[in-house]
Every structure is written in C-alpha cells, then in structure tokens.
Write a protein that binds this ligand. Structure first.
Ligand SMILES: [Zn+2]
Length: 418
C-alpha cells in the first residue's frame, strides 16, 4: 500500500478510535487470537518509539539470560521431556503425569476451550480425541520440540510455528481449525487429571463480531451439558462497545459466571478508557473479578501493543479499588512494569502464566506469594508447562507452592461464587 494512503487510513481510524465509534469487529478478532499481521494504527500520543524499543530489548535480554539464572539451563524435549523432573512420569501410553501426591489440587485461573467463530463450523466440545494439539504443539513428534522454561513461554514458538499459528487463527474464523477440534471438555479434564489440576477457570472472549461471537453462552452450555460445573468454572466476557454489556454481565452472573475476561489487545481498547467504567462498576457490584489479558506478548500484531502497556491499566486499578483485577501473564513481556502496580494496589493479582522460572522466582521475591495465581493458558500450552515452573521455583517452600497453586485462587474466586 502506498504510504500516503496508509497514513490516511490510520488517521481515519484514529479519529474513529478517539470518538469511541469504532466497532472494532473483524480486525479486533484477528488481532487477538494471536497473530495475523494486518495493517493497523497506533495512537502516537499513547505509544512511543521508546515503548517499541523497550519490547525488543526485553526479548533480546531474556534470550541472553536464559539458562544463566538461579535454576540453570531448563531445556526439555517437548512436554513429555518434563518427565525428567522429579514430580512427573510418563505412563504406559507415553502420557505425562504428575505423580507427586503431596502437590495440592491445583486451581488454574486461565484456560480456554476450542474456538470456532464467525463462519467456522460449530465444534463438538464434548468429543474426546486421541491427543490434544496444543497451539505450541511440542509433543507432535518424538522427541518433542525444544521447550525452554527460563524464557517467556511464547519464545518457544519457531518462525514456522508462528506461521502455522496465524493460519490456525484464520481457520478458526472460516473453515474450522483441526487443532481446535481437540480443545474439548473431556480432553481438558483428562489433562487436568494427569496434572493434578482440580479446577479451571474457563475464559471466553467477546470479540465484537457481527455473528458467531457467543463463546460465553456456548461454553457455559457445554460445561453444563458435560456436568462439569464443579471442575470447569465458567467465566464470561462482554465487548466494551456492546451497549448491553452491563445487562449481559448481570445475566452471566445470575447464571453462575465466576469472573469476567477482558482482552485489551483482542478487543482493542485502552483499559483506562472511560467507556469501560460501566463494565468495571457492574463487576464491582456483582463481585466478579476482572481477568485482563495483561501486557505485550510480543507475537501479536504490533499495532495492538498500545492497548496493553501496563501504564494504561493503572487508571482502572486505581479508580475501582473494590474490583479485584488479575493481570494475566503477570504483564507478559511488560512484567517489570506490572510488579510496581501489584505492589501499589491491593486489588491487583498477577496470573503467572508464561513467565520463565527466573522471572517467577523474582515475582515471588518482589510481590510476595499471596497475590500470584497459577494459570496455564490451555490449550495454547500443556498444563504441565506452568506447573513444572512453579514446582521448580517453590521446591522446599510448601506454603508458597500452595498459595500459588491453590489458596490464592480460592481466596479470589471465593469472593465471587466459587
Ligand atoms: Zn489466554
């Protein structure tokens, strides 16, 4: 595209953003599921070249430090390779199992089911398949892919993996995804059983599409149909542009929703924008925690990075002290900016999903163990990937382990209706 035309498109889009009129539909969806690179625009007043450079530095620095932290090299061959660790074994079917009975039944606050949106055919979420095809499909071959636990987990995607992932996103909107067919309730429950995960909070996302965008309703129904309500705790999502958002939240809460997922990159909003206030207010009234996707992951389209800078969450955290906010991924690659927020505001929790072992140890040291929450981001990754990290870092510290794996989540969700 000629530069001038592109810039003009950006200006137009920015105007719409500022006026709060943009429906953000199609692009929002593509931007969210991690990774179709589409032309997008950024608000120069809220995202600078220094911000972009900071992300690149973080990624480089993390690569440089991998294996040089307190846990040394933490490289495994696929998820199955985690059987080298003392808490895991491979069973007769070469399936990874957590065999340490001392580990408390885990609560996972960050999981999803298979997504089929827009034109994609409906998935059978009750089906069982021979194996789960995680988005980082590290066990596809034997031996599996290189799995480094000392970097942010998405650094394990190769360029070829990322191309496949983008293709997969497109298929979830159109002809249907062969991976998503395996992201079913029985498959998740099997993996939970194998890894001592007792309960999982299931987080849909409302993308703001014109149709085929009712993941909250579909997943609630599927969980009920499976009779799995005790183990799969339904979350809800609303789109910030939806004029019925508050009403829908009340309805979802009445139907047993345990938390509300909001995804600033996927839904394309600034979390401190006033248009979100009615949603936060309603969550406060209903006692529903807000689980944010937090921070820049680094593999999503770069124009969405503006939405997830940690400083853009602060207004919400500060102005809604009665709402419990979870920053998913502990701020992802912006973890250094998430830590001060967690220290400053008592209503902030950090979901630890994604962070490497050295970083996780640092989070425990700097934030303390009492507001860190276990999250897996299934089906992106095997449940054991995050579990292994927590076990490595909490060895010899049973109270810390228990807090992160279970007690903190019980405290957070107890306030809602667990
Ligand atoms: Zn997620």
């Amino acid at each position: 595209m000629k530069r001038r035309e592109k810039n003009r498109g950006c200006e137009l889009e920015r105007d719409k953003l500022q006026a709060g009129l943009e429906r953000r539909r199609f692009l929002g969806l593509l931007g969210s599921l991690p990774l179709l690179t589409l032309p997008g625009c950024r608000d120069g007043t809220r995202y600078s070249d220094a911000d972009a450079a900071g992300l690149a530095d973080q990624q480089r620095e993390e690569q440089r430090r991998s294996g040089k932290g307190p846990y040394g090299r933490q490289l495994y061959r696929g998820y199955r390779g985690l059987a080298e660790l003392p808490w895991f074994e491979l069973d007769d079917n070469s399936r990874l199992r957590c065999t340490d009975e001392e580990i408390p039944a885990v609560v996972d606050i960050h999981a999803h089911l298979g997504m089929s949106l827009l034109l994609a055919p409906e998935l059978d979420l009750q089906a069982r398949t021979a194996r789960v095809q995680h988005m980082l499909d590290c066990d596809a071959e034997d031996p599996g892919c290189d799995l480094d636990l000392d970097v942010y987990i998405n650094a394990n995607f190769t360029p070829a993996d990322l191309r496949r992932l983008r293709w997969g996103v497109l298929s979830q909107l159109t002809w249907g995804s062969s991976a998503a067919v395996t992201h079913t309730i029985p498959n998740l429950l099997d993996e939970m059983d194998a890894t001592r995960v007792g309960r999982s909070l299931i987080l849909p996302i409302a993308f703001g599409l014109p149709f085929g965008d009712d993941l909250t309703e579909r997943w609630m129904q599927a969980i009920a149909q499976a009779g799995a309500e005790k183990r799969l705790l339904a979350g809800a999502s609303v789109h910030p542009d939806d004029p019925l958002a508050a009403e829908k939240l009340r309805d979802f809460a009445a139907r047993g929703a345990h938390a509300v997922k909001l995804h600033p990159a996927g839904q394309r909003f600034f979390p401190d924008s006033p248009e979100l206030h009615p949603i936060y207010e309603e969550c406060g009234r209903l006692g529903l925690p807000v689980v944010f996707h937090g921070g820049r992951a680094g593999i999503e389209p770069s124009y969405t990075h503006q939405f997830t800078l940690m400083r853009h969450y602060e207004g919400a955290l500060r102005d809604f002290p009665d709402v419990q906010f979870v920053l998913g991924h502990a701020g992802a690659r912006d973890v250094a900016d998430a830590v001060p927020l967690a220290k400053r505001y008592g209503n902030v929790w950090l979901g630890i999903h994604g962070q490497g072992v050295s970083q996780l140890a640092e989070l425990i040291a700097r934030v303390g163990p009492d507001r860190l929450l276990f999250g897996s981001d299934w089906p992106f990754y095997h449940l054991a990937a995050t579990l292994a990290k927590v076990l490595l870092v909490t060895e010899g510290r049973p109270e810390v382990r228990r807090a992160i794996l279970r007690d903190n989540a019980d405290r957070l969700l107890g306030g809602a209706r667990a």
